[in-house]
Design a protein around this ligand. Structure first.
Ligand SMILES: Cc1cc2nc3c(=O)[nH]c(=O)nc-3n(C[C@H](O)[C@H](O)[C@H](O)COP(=O)(O)OP(=O)(O)OC[C@H]3O[C@@H](n4cnc5c(N)ncnc54)[C@H](O)[C@@H]3O)c2cc1C
Length: 169
């Protein structure tokens, strides 16, 4: 559930049970596990003395898609570089790690969060004007491959969603 402030307010098990039933699976007979996702929620300090927060513990998960593996690997690579530099005598390296993640990943996540806010406010409309368009699928693939950034596409997508909300299409 990506709507902010919605923790615990929605019944997620009923739709899961209905959806599973469409594939002949009785979800009530399966042991269910809940797992929170630490989505990006703004800039944070990710370093302290001799330690870095890396991967999901650094809240790098994309608030629009819940993609967490790629950003976790990204932060892992950046952390490894920072640690190497710190061991090499660069006293600034761990602090730089925080700055790099906030700038390089956080910069794009700001757009992802804006898009998520617009998208999940009206998911049925968003499905009609966004998900069903083949061009949107292509753009998402390019985003996942790192060939496009949210900064390239989010403004237009948000405008399209807003127009749909206004016109009621
Ligand atoms: C159900 C579900 C589906 C998901 N689907 C996707 C998806 O399709 N695509 C996507 O990109 N992301 C997805 N994610 C998110 C993604 O899995 C995570 O964001 C990503 O794996 C985080 O990587 P990480 O290395 O930070 O942490 P993790 O992958 O959680 O790795 C942390 C590791 O540390 C170990 N560990 C924990 N505590 C200790 C300890 N004290 N000592 C030693 N080891 C310890 C854990 O056992 C674990 O192996 C999904 C998440 C969930 C819960």
């Amino acid at each position: 559930m990506f709507r902010s402030g919605s923790q615990g307010k929605y019944d997620l098990l009923s739709p899961l049970t209905e959806y599973s039933a469409e594939f002949g699976i009785d979800a009530t007979q399966v042991k269910q596990h809940g797992h929170p996702l630490l989505i990006w929620d703004g800039e944070q300090t990710l370093h302290t003395q001799n330690a870095l927060l890396v991967g999901e513990s650094a809240c790098v998960v994309d608030p629009f898609t819940a993609e967490g593996i790629r950003p976790s690997m990204f932060s892992g690579v950046k952390a490894a570089r920072a640690i190497d530099q710190a061991l090499g005598g660069n006293a600034q390296a761990l602090e730089d790690y925080t700055r790099v993640i906030n700038e390089e990943w956080g910069g794009d996540m700001r757009w992802a969060r804006r898009l998520a806010q617009a998208f999940y406010k009206a998911p049925k409309l968003a499905y009609r004007v966004g998900v069903k368009r083949p061009a949107s699928t292509e753009k998402m693939v390019k985003l996942f491959c790192g060939d496009l950034s949210y900064a390239d596409v989010a403004q237009r997508a948000i405008r399209r969603l807003s127009m749909g909300l206004i016109s009621g299409t």
